[in-house]
Unconditional design. Structure first.
Length: 165
């Protein structure tokens, strides 16, 4: 990997971790477990557009691992990793179908699948399907927060065109 690309990826990881840590300090917008803005996903979406799938996936995995270490919440690692990987897969598929012009829609799909990943982990850890009761609220929040972070990523990637190869 070229030095310039590696440096750019390190910068994006630092930004994503900083945003993740700041957001972890913000009280949840609603009193429902698992609902948050997901602002670090703006960086993941931008990396997907600017760098491609492999590099964006690497950044996502590193952000989840380091974010869990820095916050000291080992259980959140499972939720974040499952949600992040399902989100990433959905965003890759949606980006291929919809293109960069509808990045905000790509983000909505990602947020919905992130919430589905969280529900799957919660059901597995609790051994109960009762957690499915959270699904409607999580899906609504996923659409709203996904649209917000997607619009931010769309604005960012439409205005900034880094030359990294």
């Amino acid at each position: 990997m070229k030095t310039k690309k590696l440096t750019f990826m390190a910068m994006l990881l630092a930004i994503a971790l900083t945003v993740f840590m700041v957001e972890a300090r913000i009280p949840p917008p609603v009193p429902i477990a698992g609902v948050k803005l997901g602002l670090a996903n703006v960086v993941t979406l931008a990396a997907l557009v600017w760098l491609g799938r492999g590099e964006a996936l690497t950044l996502l995995i590193l952000r989840v691992i380091l974010g869990s270490v820095f916050t000291g919440q080992a259980v959140s690692f499972l939720y974040s990793m499952a949600g992040g990987l399902l989100c990433f897969a959905a965003m890759c598929a949606a980006l291929k179908l919809l293109g960069r012009q509808r990045l905000w829609v790509v983000s909505v799909f990602g947020a919905i699948f992130h919430n589905l990943g969280q529900i799957i982990v919660a059901a597995a850890l609790t051994g109960s399907l009762g957690v499915l009761a959270y699904l409607p609220a999580l899906l609504i929040s996923g659409v709203l927060t996904g649209a917000f972070t997607g619009l931010a990523a769309q604005l960012l990637t439409s205005r900034i065109h880094p030359k990294v190869e």
